[in-house]
Design a protein around this ligand. Structure first.
Ligand code: GDD
Ligand code: MG
Length: 384
């Protein structure tokens, strides 16, 4: 079985995390997102994968090469300008078989692809779209179906009050090559806005395959953080099992150096070479990349730090994401939802208000500390 992975988007909603990397390469438990997706596909017998890229293709290519280290065969198709989701598939038409899979490259799921394929064949569908329930469908493609699963209507990102179901397009498709002639060559063309409405108008059999499995789109910092929490708390799954299913926090803390007076609580993943100083406090879920240095009395709760991050004395980080090689000054406080990019230097005593996004320009000034700022304290989460 072949699959096309769509990873040509710029990941703008994830900025500043995607200023220097593609969405598909952001680390999940210290391994590139795409590595988890590839492991999942492989576990379902999909080992021939076309990566449809556009933005920063070298990052992906140099990490994965021909795929042999990951037990799959990878082919790269780099678009000179974005072809759109369906246009990207048309672009690799010559490579595809009669039936193939298409995957949005920013979702992590455990949808049963084998059952989905059986459903596709049983319904004699030309297209099967995996469906997943969400609380707010307005950020997704809303898919209305008949009782037998036949799709009646596909509406991309409708206003919330107009969404008639909470079942949305999960970004996983099984396609018959018969539909490829409906996609124009050499132009930007979308499954969501163009192809699906056209196929439905022409009576082509398009079906929806509802799934209750785990599903998340990592397209925003909130979702990126949520995925880590889900994985560390056992709500989500990834086919890369070893680090992904930590049961014993202490065993997860291997690979770093933790001062005897530091406290590590809940599921915490420490990358190699991490150094947790005296009286520091890590309250999981927390993931630290390689060579992070957490100085004396700093406290980190529910956060993901990439590689080579330095957290100063008595700094407090709460539910935030910090990019590579960033330095957080002594006594700084990063409040809930702060997202800091790579190579940022945050001056001592800074306060980042909830939801602050700080880019990858090292000279950028963070919000100055307010008068009488809430000073750093050791326990970010109240009583243990
Ligand atoms: N190769 C290529 N070329 N890939 C692209 C292009 C392109 O021009 N445009 C987007 N992609 C890739 C993105 O990298 C991403 O992996 C995927 O296609 C979907 O694009 P997003 O920009 O993440 O779309 P979305 O999340 O707003 O909506 C899509 O996904 C939802 C599920 O997560 C839609 O398919 C919705 O209908 C769906 O519900
Ligand atoms: Mg998306």
């Amino acid at each position: 079985m072949k699959a096309v992975l769509l990873i040509g988007g710029e990941g703008t909603r994830l900025r500043p995390l995607t200023c220097n990397t593609v969405k598909a390469m952001v680390p999940i438990l210290n391994r590139p997102f795409l590595e988890h997706v590839i492991a999942y596909l492989k576990s379902h017998g999909v080992d021939d994968i076309v990566l449809a890229l556009c933005y920063l293709p070298d990052h992906v290519q140099s990490y994965f090469g021909d795929g042999s280290k990951h037990g799959v065969r990878l082919t790269y198709a780099v678009e000179d300008s974005p072809r759109g989701t369906a246009g990207a598939v048309k672009n690799v038409e010559g490579y595809l078989d009669d039936v193939f899979l298409v995957f949005n490259g920013d979702i992590l799921t455990d949808i049963d692809l084998t059952a989905m394929m059986a459903f596709h064949r049983a319904r004699k569908a030309n297209v099967t779209i995996a469906l997943t329930p969400v609380e707010d469908p307005s950020a997704y493609g809303v898919v209305e179906t008949e009782a037998d699963g036949r799709v009646r209507r596909f509406v991309e990102k409708p206003p919330r009050e107009e969404a008639t179901t909470n079942l949305i397009n999960a970004g996983v498709y099984i396609l018959d090559s018969d539909v490829l002639p409906h996609i124009p060559a050499n132009e930007r063309y979308m499954f969501e806005h163009d192809l699906y409405p056209k196929l439905l108008a022409r009576g082509v059999p398009v079906y929806g395959f509802p799934s209750e499995g785990y599903w998340i789109d990592i397209g925003t910092p909130e979702k990126y953080l949520q995925l880590h929490c889900d994985l560390l708390q056992g709500k989500g799954v990834t086919a890369l099992h070893s680090a992904a299913r930590p049961s014993d926090p202490a065993s997860v803390a291997r690979g770093g150096w933790v001062h005897p007076t530091a406290r590590v609580e809940g599921p915490v993943v420490l990358g190699h070479g991490c150094h947790i100083g005296p009286a520091a406090y890590l309250k999981g879920p927390v993931v630290l990349g390689e060579d992070c240095i957490i100085l004396e009395g700093a406290a980190i709760e529910g956060s993901v730090l990439w590689h080579h991050v330095r957290v100063g004395r008595q700094a407090v980080l709460r539910h935030c994401i910090v990019g590579d090689s960033t330095s957080i000054g002594d006594g700084s406080q990063l409040d809930t939802g702060s997202v800091v990019g790579d190579h940022v230097v945050i001056s001592p005593g800074s306060y980042l208000a909830p939801g602050t996004r700080l880019g990858d320009v090292s000279q950028e000034e963070p919000t100055p500390p307010p008068a009488g700022p809430p000073r750093a304290r050791q326990d970010p989460g109240g009583s243990p």
